[in-house]
Design a protein around this ligand. Structure first.
Ligand code: ZN
Length: 173
């Protein structure tokens, strides 16, 4: 039997309550619906308007263990984007925040060494600083490959990016 989006969401929420209580609470309070869609291999999941998250059905097919740390950390990553809102989520800054959360959770639950590229990424401060965010983007591309189109994202959330381009914002804010 295939779980509906609501059933899948309820099951994942229950598993998240131990894994990352903050994400589980957000799922409950915002009635986030979790579904599956086929996507290319460089994408684990996506967030969508209307409090929705879709898992890549090639990576997380029907029947997968819903306690799998990779699945739960991926959900936590996407929920962080929903918490951020679309303007922050669509920026290197927003991705850095979500990557740091997801990988920190994942590697705290599995008995594996974190690759250097990720430990370098997690060591970066989450700040609106262009040189830090350029380094973050480079590390993300090294890890995920060129199909991960973080190069299309503004470094700052777009409203602040425009302020920067117009010269209102010099370095940090
Ligand atoms: Zn993301």
């Amino acid at each position: 039997m295939t779980a509906t989006e609501n059933e899948l969401s309820a099951m994942i929420r229950e598993n998240l309550s131990d894994f990352h209580p903050d994400s589980a609470r957000y799922l409950l309070e915002h009635i986030v619906s979790i579904g599956r869609k086929p996507m290319n291999q460089s994408t684990s999941a996506i967030w969508a308007f209307g409090s929705r998250v879709f898992l890549n059905s090639h990576i997380f097919p029907v029947g997968i263990d819903l306690k799998d740390p990779r699945l739960l950390s991926t959900i936590a990553h996407e929920i962080r984007h929903l918490q951020q809102g679309p303007i922050v989520a669509f920026s290197v800054y927003g991705e850095l925040d979500a990557w740091q959360l997801g990988f920190q959770l994942y590697y705290s639950k599995v008995n594996q060494a974190m690759p250097t590229v990720l430990s370098d990424l997690l060591a970066l401060p989450l700040v609106l600083d262009r040189s830090v965010l350029k380094t973050a983007r480079k590390l993300m591309l090294t890890y995920a490959g060129r199909k991960y189109r973080i190069d299309l994202y503004p470094l700052f959330p777009i409203t602040k990016e425009i302020g920067y381009l117009l010269g209102f914002v010099k370095t940090k804010f």
